[in-house]
Structure formats: C-alpha cells, structure tokens
Design a protein around this ligand. Structure first.
Ligand SMILES: Cc1cc2nc3c(=O)[nH]c(=O)nc-3n(C[C@H](O)[C@H](O)[C@H](O)COP(=O)(O)O)c2cc1C
Length: 192
C-alpha cells in the first residue's frame, strides 16, 4: 500500500505563530505515526480577496489551483487555525473560498473537498483555545461536503503550552493531539 499522505496547513502567517507551532507539533506526531507529511505556509500561496469579477476576468489564481491540487495529492488535510473575533481568520476563509472555485478537467467543482479527509485544530492564548473558530471551520468544510473527523484540538493558554523544543508540554494536550492524529490516519486510510 502507498504511504498515507497528510497535508498540514497553519492558518497564520505571523512569525512566532502559536498555530504554526501547533501545526509543527502535529506534523511531528503524524510523522511518528507513519504518515508522509507536507507542511506548508500560506505565505507561499498569496491570494487576493475573493472577487467574482476578478475570477470572471482572470480565472482562479494559480496559487488556488496549486493549493487545490495539493489537497488532491494528499489523503488528509489538517488545518490549524487561529480564532479572530470568535471565528476563522479571513486568510483561512478566503483560501477555502478560492479553492472551492477551482474546477480541473473531468472534475466537478469542489470535488476535492468530498474526496479528502479533514482534521481541524486551533491554538489561542485564551481559555477557549479557539473552539469557536473550530465550530465555524467545521461548518464551512461541512458545507463543502468534506468529511471532518470528530476529534479536534482547541489548545487553550497556548503561550504556556509548549516546552523549549516547541512540543506540547501538558499530557492532556498531547493526548488530545494524539487522538486526533490517530483518527485522521484511520479515517484517511479507510478512504484511500
Ligand atoms: C483580530 C484579532 C481577533 C482576535 N480574536 C480572538 C478571539 O475571538 N478569540 C481568541 O481566543 N483569540 C483572539 N485573538 C487572539 C489570537 O488568538 C492570538 O493573537 C493568536 O496568537 C493568533 O494566532 P497565531 O499566534 O497563530 O498568529 C484575536 C487576535 C486578533 C489579531
């Protein structure tokens, strides 16, 4: 059987991002569990704010097409999102909006969401750990007919959650991450 491929996407561009750290910890855990992991930064895929006129004039930007094809080349996708004003940041929503407009030859628009398994996680300095952003992101992906696994991680008080090597230092957080990773691998393998 070919290796299980998982794409990991932090939803923050900020240097020192708590979500980029969580994405790195999750990527490490996924690799430990035998997955082939690709971790990207959305700073390498800049996109304009979605505008139907722009799409009509110039088509879907190449970066959205490339991201969509990266989704399609992996069995699972983990999105690690910040919470902004109780929801997902514009960066994450805008990226999903553009990808949902990509239509490759012989495919229905949005097909890549139906064929890929998603996991979602969040990190925030607050007590709720970005759980409202996760609820919003689950709704958005579900509306795209994606399979979103039930296990998720909302990492609260994230500034104090990492050790010197940027691994999760509290066993409860680490166990939640492991459970999410295990479920993402299990469900992705079943859909291979
Ligand atoms: C515009 C804005 C809105 C925010 N709203 C929330 C919020 O609703 N809930 C929350 O827990 N943190 C909120 N925060 C704090 C972020 O969780 C915090 O800045 C976090 O570090 C961002 O993620 P990052 O470190 O990965 O960039 C907000 C931050 C910004 C800039």
């Amino acid at each position: 059987m070919s290796a299980l491929k998982i794409l990991v996407i932090p939803g923050s561009l900020r240097s020192g991002s708590l979500n980029a750290k969580l994405a790195a910890a999750a990527a490490h855990e996924l690799a430990q569990s035998g997955a082939e992991v690709t971790r990207i930064s959305l700073s390498d895929f800049p996109l304009p704010i979605y505008d139907g006129d722009l799409q009509a004039k110039s088509g879907v930007p190449k970066n959205a097409v490339n991201l969509k094809r990266m989704f399609g080349a992996h069995h699972g996708v983990l999105i690690v999102t910040p919470e902004y004003n109780s929801s997902v940041p514009a960066l994450v929503k805008n990226t999903i909006d553009w990808i949902s407009r990509v239509q490759d030859p012989h495919e229905a628009r949005g097909q890549v969401f139906r064929e890929t398994v998603f996991a979602i996680a969040a990190a925030s300095g607050g007590r709720l750990g970005g759980s409202r952003a996760l609820a919003a992101l689950r709704l958005i992906l579900s509306a795209c007919h994606a399979t979103v696994i039930p296990n998720q991680l909302a990492l609260s008080f994230a500034e104090q959650a990492y050790d010197d090597t940027d691994r999760l230092k509290h066993s409860a957080d680490h166990e939640t991450l492991q459970a999410m990773v295990r479920q993402l691998i299990d469900v992705s393998q079943r859909m291979m």
